[in-house]
Design a protein around this ligand. Structure first.
Ligand code: 1PX
Length: 172
Protein backbone atom coordinates (compact mmCIF):
# COMPACT_ATOMS: atom_id res chain seq x y z
CA UNK A 1 0.00 0.00 0.00
CA UNK A 2 2.83 2.38 0.79
CA UNK A 3 4.08 2.12 -2.78
CA UNK A 4 0.72 3.52 -3.94
CA UNK A 5 1.54 6.95 -2.48
CA UNK A 6 1.14 9.19 0.57
CA UNK A 7 -2.64 9.41 0.37
CA UNK A 8 -2.76 5.83 1.54
CA UNK A 9 -0.55 6.28 4.56
CA UNK A 10 -3.46 7.12 6.90
CA UNK A 11 -5.01 3.81 5.95
CA UNK A 12 -1.83 1.76 6.30
CA UNK A 13 -0.98 3.44 9.64
CA UNK A 14 -4.29 2.28 11.04
CA UNK A 15 -3.75 -1.29 9.81
CA UNK A 16 -0.19 -1.38 11.19
CA UNK A 17 -1.29 -0.08 14.59
CA UNK A 18 -4.06 -2.67 14.84
CA UNK A 19 -1.72 -5.50 13.89
CA UNK A 20 0.71 -4.14 16.51
CA UNK A 21 -1.97 -4.31 19.22
CA UNK A 22 -2.55 -7.98 18.41
CA UNK A 23 1.18 -8.74 18.26
CA UNK A 24 1.66 -7.10 21.66
CA UNK A 25 -0.99 -9.38 23.16
CA UNK A 26 0.70 -12.38 21.56
CA UNK A 27 4.09 -11.52 23.06
CA UNK A 28 2.67 -10.59 26.50
CA UNK A 29 2.64 -12.93 29.50
CA UNK A 30 -0.90 -14.01 28.45
CA UNK A 31 0.33 -14.65 24.92
CA UNK A 32 -0.65 -18.32 24.83
CA UNK A 33 -4.34 -17.28 24.93
CA UNK A 34 -3.77 -15.34 21.72
CA UNK A 35 -2.43 -18.28 19.71
CA UNK A 36 -5.75 -18.69 17.87
CA UNK A 37 -8.78 -16.46 17.31
CA UNK A 38 -10.92 -19.05 19.09
CA UNK A 39 -8.72 -19.04 22.22
CA UNK A 40 -8.51 -15.23 22.20
CA UNK A 41 -12.31 -14.87 22.12
CA UNK A 42 -12.75 -17.44 24.89
CA UNK A 43 -10.06 -15.89 27.11
CA UNK A 44 -11.14 -12.26 26.70
CA UNK A 45 -14.84 -13.03 27.23
CA UNK A 46 -14.30 -15.27 30.25
CA UNK A 47 -12.10 -12.63 31.90
CA UNK A 48 -14.31 -9.60 31.09
CA UNK A 49 -11.60 -8.06 28.91
CA UNK A 50 -13.97 -6.80 26.19
CA UNK A 51 -16.07 -3.61 26.16
CA UNK A 52 -19.31 -5.10 24.84
CA UNK A 53 -21.65 -2.12 24.47
CA UNK A 54 -19.63 1.05 24.85
CA UNK A 55 -15.94 1.83 25.07
CA UNK A 56 -14.74 1.80 28.67
CA UNK A 57 -11.90 0.10 30.47
CA UNK A 58 -10.90 -2.15 27.55
CA UNK A 59 -11.00 0.12 24.49
CA UNK A 60 -8.39 -1.90 22.60
CA UNK A 61 -9.30 -5.51 23.27
CA UNK A 62 -8.05 -8.18 20.90
CA UNK A 63 -11.66 -8.95 19.95
CA UNK A 64 -12.59 -5.40 18.84
CA UNK A 65 -9.24 -4.86 17.16
CA UNK A 66 -9.53 -8.05 15.14
CA UNK A 67 -13.14 -7.14 14.25
CA UNK A 68 -11.88 -4.00 12.44
CA UNK A 69 -9.37 -6.07 10.45
CA UNK A 70 -12.00 -8.73 9.81
CA UNK A 71 -14.33 -6.12 8.26
CA UNK A 72 -11.42 -4.86 6.15
CA UNK A 73 -10.79 -8.43 4.96
CA UNK A 74 -14.32 -8.48 3.52
CA UNK A 75 -13.50 -5.29 1.60
CA UNK A 76 -10.32 -6.94 0.32
CA UNK A 77 -12.21 -10.05 -0.78
CA UNK A 78 -14.81 -8.01 -2.70
CA UNK A 79 -12.16 -5.80 -4.28
CA UNK A 80 -9.85 -8.63 -5.35
CA UNK A 81 -12.79 -10.56 -6.83
CA UNK A 82 -13.64 -7.48 -8.92
CA UNK A 83 -9.99 -7.14 -9.92
CA UNK A 84 -9.83 -10.83 -10.90
CA UNK A 85 -12.83 -10.57 -13.21
CA UNK A 86 -12.05 -7.05 -14.48
CA UNK A 87 -11.45 -6.09 -18.11
CA UNK A 88 -9.02 -3.61 -19.66
CA UNK A 89 -11.39 -0.68 -19.35
CA UNK A 90 -12.35 -1.38 -15.70
CA UNK A 91 -11.38 1.38 -13.26
CA UNK A 92 -9.60 0.45 -10.01
CA UNK A 93 -11.18 3.45 -8.25
CA UNK A 94 -14.67 2.20 -9.11
CA UNK A 95 -13.85 -1.40 -8.12
CA UNK A 96 -12.40 -0.15 -4.82
CA UNK A 97 -15.26 2.13 -3.94
CA UNK A 98 -17.97 -0.36 -4.94
CA UNK A 99 -16.33 -2.95 -2.69
CA UNK A 100 -15.96 -0.34 0.07
CA UNK A 101 -19.60 0.76 -0.11
CA UNK A 102 -20.71 -2.86 0.14
CA UNK A 103 -18.60 -3.55 3.23
CA UNK A 104 -16.49 -1.23 5.41
CA UNK A 105 -18.36 1.99 4.60
CA UNK A 106 -21.30 0.80 6.68
CA UNK A 107 -19.03 0.90 9.74
CA UNK A 108 -17.30 4.23 9.06
CA UNK A 109 -18.48 7.75 9.96
CA UNK A 110 -18.99 10.43 7.29
CA UNK A 111 -15.55 12.03 7.64
CA UNK A 112 -13.66 8.77 7.14
CA UNK A 113 -15.89 7.83 4.18
CA UNK A 114 -15.04 11.16 2.53
CA UNK A 115 -11.28 10.76 3.17
CA UNK A 116 -11.38 7.22 1.80
CA UNK A 117 -13.22 8.53 -1.29
CA UNK A 118 -10.35 10.97 -1.94
CA UNK A 119 -7.78 8.18 -1.55
CA UNK A 120 -9.64 6.03 -4.10
CA UNK A 121 -9.42 8.82 -6.69
CA UNK A 122 -5.62 8.71 -6.32
CA UNK A 123 -5.42 4.99 -7.17
CA UNK A 124 -3.36 4.10 -10.22
CA UNK A 125 -5.01 2.42 -13.17
CA UNK A 126 -5.48 -1.32 -13.53
CA UNK A 127 -2.20 -1.98 -15.39
CA UNK A 128 -0.04 -0.15 -12.84
CA UNK A 129 -1.94 -1.88 -10.08
CA UNK A 130 -1.13 -5.32 -11.47
CA UNK A 131 2.53 -4.24 -11.64
CA UNK A 132 2.56 -2.93 -8.06
CA UNK A 133 1.27 -6.31 -6.91
CA UNK A 134 4.53 -7.72 -8.21
CA UNK A 135 3.14 -11.19 -8.83
CA UNK A 136 3.90 -11.71 -12.51
CA UNK A 137 1.97 -10.78 -15.65
CA UNK A 138 -1.82 -10.30 -15.80
CA UNK A 139 -2.54 -13.98 -16.42
CA UNK A 140 -0.40 -15.02 -13.48
CA UNK A 141 -2.01 -12.45 -11.15
CA UNK A 142 -5.49 -13.56 -12.20
CA UNK A 143 -4.54 -17.21 -11.56
CA UNK A 144 -3.06 -16.29 -8.18
CA UNK A 145 -6.22 -14.43 -7.22
CA UNK A 146 -8.28 -17.44 -8.27
CA UNK A 147 -6.29 -19.58 -5.86
CA UNK A 148 -6.20 -17.16 -2.95
CA UNK A 149 -9.74 -15.80 -2.96
CA UNK A 150 -11.40 -19.04 -1.76
CA UNK A 151 -8.90 -19.07 1.15
CA UNK A 152 -9.60 -15.42 2.04
CA UNK A 153 -13.29 -16.21 1.90
CA UNK A 154 -12.88 -19.25 4.16
CA UNK A 155 -10.89 -17.30 6.77
CA UNK A 156 -13.48 -14.52 6.68
CA UNK A 157 -16.35 -16.98 7.19
CA UNK A 158 -14.71 -18.76 10.13
CA UNK A 159 -14.23 -15.45 11.99
CA UNK A 160 -17.69 -14.22 11.01
CA UNK A 161 -19.34 -17.39 12.40
CA UNK A 162 -17.30 -17.31 15.61
CA UNK A 163 -18.09 -13.63 16.20
CA UNK A 164 -21.80 -14.13 15.37
CA UNK A 165 -22.03 -17.05 17.79
CA UNK A 166 -20.56 -14.89 20.57
CA UNK A 167 -22.48 -11.70 19.67
CA UNK A 168 -19.30 -9.79 18.92
CA UNK A 169 -20.12 -8.35 15.49
CA UNK A 170 -21.00 -4.85 16.76
CA UNK A 171 -18.23 -4.30 19.32
CA UNK A 172 -17.65 -0.55 19.94
C1 1PX B 1 -5.21 -0.95 -2.52
C2 1PX B 1 -6.01 0.17 -2.15
C3 1PX B 1 -6.12 0.28 -0.72
C4 1PX B 1 -7.35 0.97 -0.34
C5 1PX B 1 -7.81 0.47 0.98
C6 1PX B 1 -9.18 0.87 1.19
C7 1PX B 1 -9.82 0.31 2.38
C8 1PX B 1 -10.54 1.37 3.10
C9 1PX B 1 -10.07 1.44 4.50
C10 1PX B 1 -10.35 2.74 5.13
C11 1PX B 1 -9.65 2.89 6.43
C12 1PX B 1 -9.67 4.30 6.88
C13 1PX B 1 -8.73 4.59 8.01
C14 1PX B 1 -9.31 4.63 9.37
C15 1PX B 1 -9.98 3.75 9.88
C16 1PX B 1 -10.49 3.64 11.27
O1 1PX B 1 -11.31 4.73 11.64
C17 1PX B 1 -11.29 2.36 11.30
C18 1PX B 1 -11.95 2.12 12.62
O2 1PX B 1 -11.00 1.91 13.61
P1 1PX B 1 -11.33 2.36 15.11
O3 1PX B 1 -12.64 1.74 15.50
O4 1PX B 1 -10.17 1.88 15.93
O5 1PX B 1 -11.42 3.88 15.10
N1 1PX B 1 -10.38 1.29 10.95
C19 1PX B 1 -10.76 0.30 10.12
O6 1PX B 1 -11.91 0.19 9.69
C20 1PX B 1 -9.70 -0.68 9.70
C21 1PX B 1 -9.36 -0.33 8.30
C22 1PX B 1 -8.38 -1.26 7.74
C23 1PX B 1 -8.19 -0.98 6.29
C24 1PX B 1 -7.49 -2.12 5.69
C25 1PX B 1 -7.13 -1.92 4.29
C26 1PX B 1 -6.34 -3.10 3.86
C27 1PX B 1 -5.73 -2.82 2.59
C28 1PX B 1 -4.96 -3.95 2.12
C29 1PX B 1 -4.45 -3.54 0.81
C30 1PX B 1 -3.90 -4.64 0.13
C31 1PX B 1 -3.75 -4.29 -1.27
C32 1PX B 1 -3.76 -5.54 -2.02
C33 1PX B 1 -3.43 -5.34 -3.38
C34 1PX B 1 -3.34 -6.62 -3.97
Amino acid sequence: MNSLGNVFSFISKDVVSKIQILENFLSSENGSHYATIQSMVKYELENDLVDLTKRGSHPESGCRTLLRLHRALRWLELFLERLRTSTEDSKTSVMCSDAYNESLAQHHPWLIRKAVGVAFCALPGRDTFFEVMNAGDHTQVVALLGESLPLISEVYQITEDLYAKNNLLELP
